[in-house]
Design a protein around this ligand. Structure first.
Ligand SMILES: Nc1ncnc2c1ncn2[C@@H]1O[C@H](COP(=O)(O)OP(=O)(O)OP(=O)(O)O)[C@@H](O)[C@H]1O
Ligand SMILES: [Mg+2]
Length: 303
């Protein structure tokens, strides 16, 4: 099936109103982690979410849809493979191509595979087929989307039950996120996206960012924008950030994540996030607003 046909097929199935799907138990939830702009933290968020959810007992498939600049395996310290290309060219099965660690399953992608450039048409359809074929095996299927506004990425994001739009507090990220939300709304009929603010330094910055995007979306689009909360900017060396993120269950960034995920799982899915497996997590309070620790102490949390 050509890319164009795949898009039409996806749109004709009208799977875009996440609201219709709310609070139905015993099913698989698909979430696209997306943004428009590059480098805002989509991959970090995707991996961390997958890990927290799988540690909580949910069966999780993380699909790396940054198909030729895949970072999921790198960030997890796993060997880089071209398994995704083998799957695409039917040389290997899905089971042979995924990395598994308990409840956590990863379908990684390629890194600079030249042949993939000639075979990119229909990648969205391939991922949809995988999601449909394997959905009974998973509680959550997460999609780490690439930067940019390709048709494949938009189609897949629209196809998913939920979209987490990751935004950072800079004008280009805000503009790019709005562009993404606009196309999803006007061309794909998507009426809800969840906002996740990353690299936030203060509650004031958080509030400003939420206000700016929420007002623009409500003025110009027919689209809900529930806010999941914020993740602090951590001034750490880049690779050190990823280590802390994945390994340190006592870190501030881990607590930020628990807040965001607990809010989503409890308010949208209608179930609970049991985080006892990773030790201290169960004692993390559920922050009522941003969830961000205020570096500048400008606004008291929960006030
Ligand atoms: N809260 C944070 N504080 C500090 N650094 C962060 C934070 N979140 C992510 N980063 C860093 O920002 C960089 C970009 O993160 P990441 O690769 O997850 O972004 P991305 O949106 O997936 O990028 P791309 O669009 O290239 O796929 C990484 O070096 C990551 O460690
Ligand atoms: Mg990425």
């Amino acid at each position: 099936m050509s890319t164009k046909n795949a898009t039409e097929w996806l749109m004709s199935h009208k799977r875009f109103d996440a609201h219709q799907l709310k609070k139905i138990p015993n099913r698989t939830y698909s979430i696209a982690i997306t943004s428009g702009k590059g480098g805002v933290g989509k991959t970090s968020v995707s991996i961390k979410m997958a890990k927290v959810l799988s540690d909580s007992g949910y069966r999780v498939l993380l699909v790396d849809f940054d198909t030729n600049l895949s970072n999921t395996a790198v960030k997890l310290g796993l060997p880089i493979t071209d398994n995704f290309y083998d799957l695409l060219s039917a040389k290997k099965s899905f089971e042979e191509c995924i990395y598994t660690e308990g409840n956590f399953h990863l379908l990684s992608a390629c890194n600079g595979n030249y042949d993939l450039l000639d075979n990119e048409a229909g990648l969205d359809k391939l991922i949809v087929d995988i999601m449909v074929e394997h959905e009974k095996e998973y509680d959550f299927i997460l999609l780490d989307c690439p930067a940019g506004l390709s048709k494949e990425s938009l189609s897949l994001s629209a196809y998913c039950d939920y979209r987490f739009v990751v935004v950072t507090p800079d004008r280009s990220s805000i503009t790019d996120s709005y562009s993404l939300i606009k196309i999803l709304n006007t061309k794909y009929g998507v009426s809800e996206n969840h906002l996740l603010l990353n690299k936030v330094s203060s509650n004031r910055q958080y509030e400003k960012l939420v206000k700016s995007l929420s007002e623009t979306v409500s003025n110009f689009l027919s689209c809900r924008l529930p806010v999941l909360g914020g993740l602090n900017f951590e001034s750490l060396e880049v690779d050190h950030f990823d280590r802390i993120l994945l390994k340190d269950a006592g870190s501030r960034i881990h607590k930020n994540f628990i807040n965001v995920l607990r809010r989503f799982v409890e308010e949208d899915i209608g179930t609970t996030l049991s985080t006892c497996k990773s030790g201290q997590d169960s004692s993390v309070p559920y922050a009522s607003n941003s969830g961000v620790d205020d570096l500048e102490q400008e606004v008291q949390l929960g006030s």
